[in-house]
Design a protein around this ligand. Structure first.
Ligand code: ATP
Ligand code: ZN
Length: 286
């Protein structure tokens, strides 16, 4: 069928579960047989190709897959020509330079003439060029964090999420090189029919991600506090206000971004809000 999109996802690794969870949350059903390279959805024109993440940008650039889910770090490193369709908000991590803890690091100038081990030579090179640093890049494919302790390099440039791996290897983070998250990429020239399928998929992904970032909140409020509470709630045009059986009180409903909610909860309580409920939203269509 000409409108069927072929999606490349990581076969097994840090991106796999969240990639497939997102597709399921979009209402798309499929089964993934153990060890199989391909699969197809039952209720949406989508096929799956399960690959190593490093190969995904190339498959999409060459049109073997139409779209793919990959870390932005991997796309930047491969430099393949694809379109970035949507940032997906999971697998957040950063590429950072780290040095041994006892190294008296002051500025990026300290990297001059150093030897730096990394699996991301292109991204590192462009960071060094930007800061006019001449350093020796030692490309290795894994276990980068042990390079300084075995004398392979003075520093490393590697993926960090919490920093605990660096700590346990006696390293400290000194420069942020690139912030990454999972992204949806597409072949630059998709057919009309496939573009339509991609637009439908993107619409669903946006509805799911918006819903995940927002919460529905309900609270009981004395009527005289309603204007004050509406002022506190961010970006809200018109909350729903429903009278409670107890006279003088109302229930106020609204949608807020989850992180904003935590910032304002104390203000809401001080303004008289009680019985605050925060409820997940499944889909959010604008
Ligand atoms: P493959 O076998 O497919 O080549 P891999 O070992 O290269 O897998 P993973 O470790 O599964 O890759 O990481 C895949 C992607 O997940 C990375 O490119 C990065 O975007 C992201 N990532 C890596 N480490 C973390 C982390 N600690 N936290 C969050 N995201 C991460
Ligand atoms: Zn990989």
């Amino acid at each position: 069928m000409e409108n069927v999109l072929r999606l490349a996802v990581q076969k097994s690794g840090r991106l796999s579960d969240d990639s497939l969870k997102l597709i399921r949350e979009c209402g798309i059903s499929f089964t993934q047989a153990v060890g199989k390279l391909k699969s197809e959805a039952y209720n949406f024109p989508l096929e799956f190709l399960f690959l190593r993440d490093d190969d995904i940008p190339q498959y999409v650039a060459e049109g073997i897959a139409d779209i793919g889910i990959v870390g932005e770090n991997v796309l930047l490193e491969t430099g393949e020509n694809v379109q970035l369709v949507e940032k997906l908000g999971f697998s957040k991590c950063r590429l950072a330079i780290a040095v041994p803890r006892d190294f008296g690091y002051e500025s990026v100038e300290d990297l001059q003439e150093m030897s730096i081990a990394t699996s991301y030579p292109r991204i590192l090179q462009s960071f060094l060029d930007k800061h006019q640093i001449q350093a020796h890049i030692h490309e290795i494919s894994g276990s980068v964090e042990i390079a300084p302790s075995i004398g392979l390099a003075n520093a490393i440039c590697d993926i960090v999420s919490s920093g605990s791996t660096l700590m346990s290897n006696g390293l400290k983070e000194v420069e942020l090189v690139f912030k990454s998250e999972a992204i949806l990429i597409a072949h630059p020239q998709l057919s009309e029919a496939k573009t339509q399928t991609l637009n439908q998929l993107q619409f669903r992904i946006q509805s799911v991600n918006r819903a995940n970032n927002n919460k529905y909140i309900l609270m009981n409020v004395p009527n005289e506090s309603i204007p004050k509470i509406i002022d506190i709630l961010p970006g809200m045009k018109s909350p729903t206000v429903v009278p409670l059986a107890m006279s003088g009180w109302s229930s106020l409903h609204s949608v807020v971004q989850e992180d904003e909610f935590w910032k304002i909860i104390e203000q809401l309580r001080q303004a008289g809000a009680q019985g605050i409920l925060v409820v997940p939203i499944e889909k959010m269509i604008l």
